[in-house]
Design a protein around this ligand. Structure first.
Ligand SMILES: NC(=O)c1ccc[n+]([C@@H]2O[C@H](COP(=O)([O-])OP(=O)(O)OC[C@H]3O[C@@H](n4cnc5c(N)ncnc54)[C@H](O)[C@@H]3O)[C@@H](O)[C@H]2O)c1
Length: 351
């Protein structure tokens, strides 16, 4: 990775007001003053206003992870007014997550794994809970092998964070599973229960275990992973849709009840995201491949462009969800509570 040049070498470059995209997944094309980044910056979130200089360094290549989150002072009220102050520390932006204690459920794969890695790379200490958490292992990561679908599982994961570090600042309710069904009439009670136990009650139980600690600290951030299907029903996964709609409401209810006590609760609703849930043998990609008589990649592309008609024309990447989760968990989002961030390439078009 490119190291940032010393601050003295900094050159302020002014955003011309039309050269910088704001938000997730846009392309940063050009910053007036010579810095030219033509590559898609993918998950980087850049905000700038016409008159705010950006403290990027000219003639320096920035990789996506380095850029990560960049806020000019106009967008990030904590920095000095009128002067842009990108918050940079070493090779990555300092999101203020250093030494925060986080629990990520379903951390062994996909979105949970990407979130665990990003939080750890930002200096957080992470408890990674999963049936198989091995891939999440890392210097600042404590893995916990646990079944999160049963009473006692989420509670044990929270207890691990408290035992190890005496606090819990961030809870990411990520674990979840989708099963394809033949419509509502085909789903029996045990199937409903199985999906709700994992996708919804794991969140209820983790929140119930974590909240007393967050309330005692008078601070905490809960981020729950919902789905575009929490808003848009799919008969082929009706139980999953209901579990995600319930998670959206739970998140808002927690925001309302505990916001006054310093705890924020927000959702991230991914659209279809290419995780191992898609690519493991027998996963979604194989189903699509069979359905459309195409190879897996062709079938996934066909699905994204012509079936789901995702404006971005592709599936999301786990890192593109993780960056929004980390943002919502950080103090950069201190005034965001009860929100649902759709990270879906434009899929859900309703207001
Ligand atoms: N991938 C998508 O297209 C997509 C889209 C919208 C929302 N989501 C949501 O994002 C979240 C993560 O999805 P993903 O695609 O990254 O999943 P994934 O299948 O890649 O990973 C899920 C992880 O959960 C773990 N897990 C499953 N059951 C468990 C249990 N009982 N106890 C402990 N761990 C268990 C698995 O071992 C795995 O590591 C889910 O809530 C999912 O509903 C995913």
């Amino acid at each position: 990775m490119t190291a940032f040049p010393p601050r003295a070498a900094r050159q302020d470059v002014r955003c011309p007001g039309n050269g910088i995209a704001s938000g997730v997944g846009h392309e940063l094309v050009r910053i007036k003053g010579g810095l030219l980044l033509e590559e898609s910056i993918g998950t980087a979130m850049i905000s700038a206003h016409a008159d705010a200089p950006l403290a990027l360094f000219q003639d320096t290549e920035y990789s996506v992870p380095e850029l990560g989150f960049a806020f000019c002072s106009w967008c990030y009220p904590g920095s000095a007014a009128g002067t842009c102050d990108l918050v940079m520390g070493g090779v990555s932006m300092d999101m203020g997550l250093k030494d925060r204690v986080a629990l990520v459920t379903g951390a062994g794969s996909g979105i949970g794994l990407a979130t665990t890695r990003l939080l750890a790379s930002e200096g957080a200490r992470v408890v990674a809970a999963d049936l198989d958490p091995n891939l999440a292992e890392g210097p600042a990561v404590l893995t916990v092998k646990v079944d999160l679908s049963v009473a006692g599982g989420p509670e044990a994961a929270v207890a691990r964070a408290i035992d190890a570090w005496g606090r819990i600042d961030i809870l990411v309710n990520n674990v979840g599973r989708l099963e394809f069904r033949d419509g509502f009439l085909s789903v029996c009670d045990d199937e409903w229960k199985s999906i709700l136990d994992l996708n919804f009650f794991s969140t209820v139980r983790a929140c119930r275990a974590a909240l007393p600690h967050m309330l005692a600290q008078r601070s905490g951030a809960i981020v729950t992973i919902a789905s575009d299907q929490g808003r848009q029903p799919e008969p082929s996964s009706v139980d999953y849709c209901v579990s995600k709609a319930a998670s959206l409401m739970l998140s808002k209810a927690l925001a309302k009840e505990f916001g006054p006590m310093g705890v924020r609760s927000n959702c991230v609703s991914p659209g279809p995201t290419r995780t191992p849930a898609w690519d493991t043998p027998g996963g979604f990609a194989d189903s699509l491949s069979e359905q459309y008589s195409m190879d897996r990649d062709g079938a996934v592309e066909h699905f994204a462009k012509f079936v789901k008609m995702i404006p971005a024309g592709r599936l999301g990447k786990p890192e593109e969800i993780a960056s929004t989760v980390a943002y919502l968990a950080s103090d950069l989002a201190l005034y965001i509570n009860g929100a649902d961030y759709r990270v879906d390439g434009g899929l859900v078009a309703g207001v």
